[in-house]
Write a protein that binds this ligand. Structure first.
Ligand SMILES: [Fe+2]
Length: 924
């Protein structure tokens, strides 16, 4: 990689020539070419056509630039030498669009009027102190596929090229991968512009795109010639906050979550606005759609949701990746299946019937199956077609029955069920999953006893817990008291009491849905495993009924044992809801979007921090937009299939208000805050539970990210003062706090970014949340939730002992298995959620894993390149360490008979549902 300061100077001598202004020699200059001559005349026409933009109006003699000319001297003078610079533009045509089908754009290509490129010098004109004239040329298509070429005659005094402006003369947008400039025939002079961006048609937007070189600059170090462009580009990206955004726009702005339901369409779809004093929430990307008639605060849900063009999925991801199916078809498939299931019982008749979803499957009606087969044959590419309802939605789940033409919807066997079909029923697996399952970030050290609710007793009833000292001590196998166990840091709690209790009555108004507040207390054994001691379920008082609460333990008899199983199922449904709404959606997808918006608005693309974060923001805005469209919306998949129903997003707002703080999103701080680690005097962490797979592997990844961020930041900032003086970083962080997370802007815990350490801490936290944290809570969803009794998303019946109704108790005593199945999700809910979790757990074929791909800008700096290579090496090492740990029988929370090894923080993966792999970004 060549430094952008080098190229023109390197080959100036080769192309030296002297010409005279006005001389015929100008046209016959060695630098001239048919393409350049053509450009020159076209450019003159353009100037005549309208007011110039930057550099326009001064392009009549792009190869002549003299002091005398600039000063207005009219005599014939000697002019600068010119150099021939060739630009090669590589584009990526959309998959499925062949050039023959491009119509008018092909004609444009044929006459050479395709992309207008304009080179911008990094230097100011020493005579005027202003930007130098730009040098322009049209790029024409070459024989090499997807490649365009332009030739420029550049004054030798032009200086390094700092930016290229691009105008797309086509009627369609083009995806420009990169632009390479070569001076003369000297390949060593190559300067690369890493574009990877959609360039809009000038007919949609006349503004030219600005691409900077791969060299990164802090704001104060920006070459003078491109300082104004740096500011202009950011202004473009910020927009003016008005108007409805169009598909091709690149504007990043903020808005509240007011587009989850459209009351004009259905009044029941009205949802509270999330964001603001009433319901604090992070902000999302502004789309500018009009508001509804019924509620002026709510945005209409009209057409696809806007996301800035470069945040949209690549063609590969869009066509092969099932995320798009969330929009195009899951909603279409499910109603189609409904009639099939309508005549059957709501629930599965017995547990083996659930197994049938993996072996026999659900027969599909002929019409659906035919459509499915067609789509499957097309590789799912036609997912958006209305005829491909099933196959287009989840082609890999639609199978043909052998020797027939019939099709079934058949699920893969989830890893957990494959290894041990009974493990979900056991207490040790229940406890193991709070440390090594898909939601290992909610378990906390028990630090206060007796346990007391902090909710208002006037509203919710007496605050004392049913988990008494005597009860807990009766369950601890060792002879220790509660006080001793607490002192030894051996009691832990999974606490879903105060957060859910206020919603119990409202959730119960929904048909076939119930809810309790719950607390589960665990004891840490000498083997570093957890043992569940007791579960408390609670219903708050209401105007007509008193509070109800009861503690459940394993019990010595069949009745107590079955009640314990039922109570455990309720806790699992609480954990499943909290996981999806808070651990997953809120803390990763939702909270990260403001960092992305602010980074694009305030950090120039040539800023090293922008370039460090860029891979970690890939596709997040698009997947979040899809989620608002089909997952978290009113009557969407989450509301339909999870117990909170219409309160789902509101609950995530409650959790955001009560618990979210940026500093605690750092893994070490999170562990310390939950009492799962103690910071020693030397700063090292000591884990409270030695075999805590999420923490053990997570800290390896965290430390590796932190080292990479430190090496990177230390290269670009030579002192803390340079950080403090970085106006773009300051503006970015200020905006994250005051606009993106505006409802928390006055909190005292926001870290400052006025030192290198402060900045490294913030960046490490963001990079961890988008990678390790998200991977840990996302890619195991099908492994653990694909067998829904292990993670029920909804509970449909109360505990039979809540009311002690004779009929319910009789049924429970006669057939407790049926009561458990009656309580768990219905067939329709189960199938919906299994299909959804299969999609959400899947890696795309174009996934980018941590430490796998370097940005060109990193490779351009030898020290940064070396630091990235060390980072990549560490990620490979972690692969091996994780494997070793999973084979260590001493580590019982990740190694044992029938146990799913803990691979959620193993860095790399193949495509599909694998239960491992840490992508850079949140893209599903
Ligand atoms: Fe996700």
């Amino acid at each position: 990689m060549i430094h952008p300061n080098q190229p023109l100077a390197l080959s100036a001598a080769k192309n030296a020539s002297t010409v005279v202004v006005g001389s015929p020699l100008l046209a016959a200059s060695p630098a001239s070419s048919p393409a350049a001559a053509c450009c020159s005349s076209q450019l003159q026409q353009r100037r005549a056509a309208g007011p110039g933009r930057r550099g326009a109006g001064r392009l009549a003699a792009p190869r002549c630039s003299t002091i005398e000319q600039a000063a207005g001297v009219s005599s014939a003078v000697t002019v600068d030498r010119t150099l021939t610079v060739t630009a090669t533009v590589t584009v990526q045509p959309p998959i499925g669009v062949v050039y023959a089908a491009r119509g008018i754009d092909d004609l444009t290509d044929l006459i050479g009027k395709t992309l207008l490129l304009e080179l911008v010098s990094s230097e100011l004109d020493p005579r005027t102190g202003k930007e130098k004239e730009t040098v322009s040329a049209f790029a024409h298509r070459t024989m090499k596929q997807d490649t365009y070429e332009a030739e420029f005659a550049v004054p030798a005094t032009f200086g390094p090229v700092g930016a290229v402006l691009v105008e797309n003369e086509h009627h369609r947008e083009m995806f420009v991968k990169e632009i390479r400039l070569v001076t003369g025939a000297d390949d060593s002079s190559t300067v690369t512009f890493d574009c990877n961006s959609w360039v809009h048609s000038k007919f949609d937007n006349p503004d030219r795109r600005i691409f900077f070189t791969v060299k990164s600059y802090l704001p104060a170090q920006t070459p003078k010639g491109i300082e104004a462009l740096r500011k202009k580009e950011l202004e473009t990206l910020r927009g003016d906050g008005t108007g409805e955004r169009k598909f091709f726009d690149r504007v990043y702005d903020y808005d509240v979550y007011n587009d989850l339901g459209d009351p004009d369409f259905k009044i029941e779809h009205l949802r509270p606005v999330l964001g603001g004093d009433e319901h604090p929430y992070p902000r999302r990307c502004r789309t500018g759609r009009p508001h509804t008639e019924i509620d002026p605060r709510t945005e209409k849900r009209r057409g696809p949701v806007y996301v800035p063009r470069d945040e949209q999925f690549s063609d590969v991801k869009g066509m092969t990746f099932s995320a798009t199916t969330l929009r195009s078809g899951l909603h279409a498939m499910l109603p189609a299946l409904e009639p099939l299931l309508a005549n059957q019982e709501l629930r599965f008749p017995h547990f083996p019937a659930i197994d049938g979803l993996y072996s026999v499957g659900i027969p599909l009606p002929a019409q659906l199956a035919a459509a499915g087969a067609a789509a499957a044959a097309a590789g799912g590419a036609a997912a958006s077609s209305s005829t491909n309802i099933v196959g287009g939605v989840i082609p890999r789940l639609v199978r043909m029955i052998e020797d027939t033409t019939d099709h079934v919807l058949r699920f893969d066997v989830p890893e957990m069920f494959e290894r041990d079909r009974f493990s979900w029923f056991r207490d040790e697996e229940f406890a193991r999953q709070v440390l090594a399952g898909v939601n290992p970030i909610c378990i906390q050290l028990l630090t206060e006893f007796p346990i007391v609710s902090k909710l208002d007793p006037e509203v919710y009833g007496p605050p004392e817990s049913a988990l008494t000292k005597e009860l807990l001590e009766s369950q601890i196998v060792e002879s220790v008291t509660v006080e001793e166990a607490m002192a030894q840091r051996r009691l832990f709690i999974l606490d879903y009491h105060d957060v859910f209790l206020p919603y119990v009555h409202r959730v119960r108004e929904r048909p076939e849905t119930t809810l309790y507040g719950s607390r589960t207390v665990f004891f840490l054994t000498g083997a570093s495993t957890l043992s569940p001691l007791a579960i408390e379920l609670a219903r708050p008082q209401s105007p007509t009924r008193p509070q109800w609460r009861r503690a459940f333990v394993h019990g010595p008899d069949a009745t107590a044992s079955w009640l314990w199983k039922l109570a455990k199922a309720h806790v699992l449904s609480h954990d499943t809801g909290y996981h999806q709404l808070v651990s997953h959606w809120l803390r990763t997808h939702c909270c990260v979007e403001p960092y992305i918006i602010a980074a694009n608005r305030q950090l120039s693309r040539m800023h090293p921090v922008h370039r460090l974060l860029h891979p970690h923001f890939r596709y997040t805005m698009e997947i979040n937009a899809l989620a608002r469209e089909s997952l978290i919306n009113a009557d969407g998949i989450i509301e339909e299939s999870f117990w909170p129903g219409r309160y789902a997003m509101e609950l995530s707002s409650v959790a955001y208000a009560a618990t979210w703080r940026f500093d605690a999103e750092a893994l070490p701080e999170d562990l310390v805050r939950r009492g799962l680690a103690v910071r020693q005097e030397d700063g090292e962490l000591e884990l409270t539970i030695k075999d805590y797979p999420y923490a053990n592997d997570g800290l390896l990844v965290w430390n590796s990210i932190k080292q990479w961020a430190s090496d990177y930041i230390d290269f670009y900032y030579k002192s803390d003062e340079e950080v403090a003086c970085d106006e773009e970083v300051r503006a970015w962080w200020e905006e994250v706090r005051t606009k993106g997370h505006a409802d928390k802007k006055d909190e005292p815990w926001w870290p400052a970014v006025d030192t290198r350490d402060g900045l490294i801490g913030v960046l490490t936290t963001i990079m961890w949340v988008t990678s390790g944290h998200h991977a840990a809570v996302n890619f195991g969803q099908y492994h653990y939730g694909g067998y829904f009794p292990n993670r029920p998303t909804v509970m449909r019946k109360n505990m039979p002992v809540e009311e002690n109704k004779e009929e319910e108790m009789k049924k429970f005593m006669e057939m407790p298995e049926h009561v458990l199945l009656d309580t768990m999700p219905s067939k329709m809910q189960a199938i919906t959620i299994m299909a959804t979790l299969d999609i959400l757990s899947s890696h795309s074929p174009d996934e980018e894993y941590m430490g796998e791909h370097a940005e060109l800008a990193w490779l351009a700096e030898p020290r940064v390149k070396a630091a990235f290579e060390r980072f990549a090496g560490r990620m490979k090492e972690i692969e091996g360490i994780v494997d070793e740990r999973n084979n260590d029988p001493e580590l019982r929370n990740r190694c044992g008979a029938g146990i799913v090894p803990y691979e959620l923080l193993k860095p790399f993966s193949t495509p599909g549902v694998t239960g491992r792999g840490i992508p850079n970004s949140i893209s599903i």
